[in-house]
Design a protein. Structure first.
Length: 311
């Protein structure tokens, strides 16, 4: 596999989890480069429908011709937090048979230096999934207070050296704005204790994750989209979510758990008001990539798929 080839993660388990009906309506809320979408479409009949969503203009521009020309398919530029609006505009409230979220950054985003997501490739320090809106990572680091930066690194990166890294960033920006991924990676590397610099994981990994999550409001977007999924899925519709780090997975796990059981005051009661009945049921346990998939697609090593069904 080449470094810039995009391979859909956990493809088989996702297709099984969606329990695809040939004439059903499906939503790929994180289109990326369309790997999952293409496989879903192959399982739909001429009366099936697939709506895909992505906020990255590069993803929109790179849509394969086979999908672009398919009358069953529509790609919408938007955020996952706009899910209910996008589906409502198409009169698809409570009409969706399956909904997929493949969270985080895509392989092409990491591979393209100009997007500023990766410390392995020097480029402009941007990190925005939608470069036409919001604040770039460079501008965020120039403006943020040191105390707030420590909180961001701890909360979104679970970075144990957050105070040292924040101090180093604030000291560096006093001389000149940090404008490249290479600059930031070097600042972080010099800030952490020497014994951590030679470890397998690059010392800037958690810092880049934290800033990217903050800049794109990834966790806020996820929480909003999960809540909206309840109103767009029909009874028996499937929700599939692939996460890549513990922060995302905790949100997904908690959401499915909380919506799969009655409020505590009604548990065990023979009669429960409709508004307090479980809205989802959990389907199986979390699914991890096999050793064979990890060997062929390194990105899958941290992937975790959770599946639920609308009740």
């Amino acid at each position: 596999m080449s470094s810039n080839e995009h391979v859909p993660v956990l493809l088989g388990p996702v297709l099984d989890g969606l329990d695809i009906k040939k004439d059903g309506c499906y939503v790929d809320a994180t289109f990326g480069r369309g790997g999952h979408s293409g496989e879903i479409l192959q399982r739909l009949s001429s009366s099936g429908r697939l709506i895909a969503i992505d906020r990255d203009p590069d993803a929109i521009a790179a849509i394969p011709a086979t999908l672009l020309d398919d009358p069953r398919f529509e790609l919408v530029r938007g955020e996952i937090a706009q899910l209910k609006t996008i589906l409502g505009e198409r009169s698809l409230d409570a009409e969706v048979d399956g909904l997929l979220f493949d969270l985080g950054v895509s392989s092409p985003q990491l591979d393209e230096a100009h997007r500023g997501f990766s410390f392995l490739r020097d480029g402009p320090l941007d990190m925005r999934m939608d470069p036409d809106s919001g604040t770039s990572a460079s501008d965020f680091l120039q403006q943020v207070e040191q105390k707030k930066l420590i909180q961001v690194l701890r909360k979104y990166g679970e970075e144990t050296h957050a105070p040292r890294i924040a101090r180093a960033i604030c000291a560096a920006r006093a001389s000149a704005q940090i404008v490249s991924t290479g600059q930031l990676a070097a600042i972080v590397e010099s800030a952490v204790p020497a014994k951590y610099r030679a470890q397998k994981k690059h010392p800037a990994t958690k810092t880049f994750q934290a800033i990217r999550i903050l800049v794109n409001d990834e966790l806020g977007q996820l929480e909003a989209a999960l809540q909206q999924s309840l109103s767009i899925l029909k009874k028996g519709g499937r929700l599939c979510v692939i996460s890549f780090h513990s922060l995302e997975d905790r949100i997904v796990k908690r959401f499915i758990r909380n919506t799969s059981r009655e409020p505590e005051q009604y548990r065990g009661m023979p009669s429960i008001p409709d508004e307090f009945r479980p809205q989802l049921k959990t389907i199986g346990k979390a699914v991890l990539a096999t050793s064979d998939e990890i060997a062929s697609n390194r990105r899958s090593r941290s992937a975790r798929l959770r599946i639920a069904e609308r009740t």
